[in-house]
Design a protein. Structure first.
Length: 91
């Protein structure tokens, strides 16, 4: 995993929710200003990079999980994924 993913996962759920709320509001809030400054642009870039890292990690996880399902002959369905994820969480 990437350092950004590790950092994100190291945060509490409350911290992640708070940062997510800020990220959801920031682009909309910037629309009221006629000019974006370098600090705002850098912050947006950092959020976009974090989003990309998270999406990449999720895609990698899905690829590994799908391969595991195929190796074991399990059906690749949402229901089966949810069932097995629940089992894995409680191993």
């Amino acid at each position: 995993m990437s350092a950004a993913h590790d950092w994100w996962m190291g945060l509490s759920q409350q911290e992640r929710d708070h940062l997510n709320d800020i990220a959801q509001q920031t682009p909309l809030g910037l629309l009221v200003y006629p000019y974006w400054d370098a600090k705002a642009a850098a912050e947006i870039l950092a959020w976009l990079q974090l989003e990309n890292d998270i999406l990449q990690a999720h895609g990698d996880w899905l690829s590994r999980t799908k391969a595991r399902f195929e190796r074991n002959g399990w059906p690749w369905t949402t229901g089966e994924l949810m069932r097995r994820a629940h089992l894995w969480e409680h191993e």
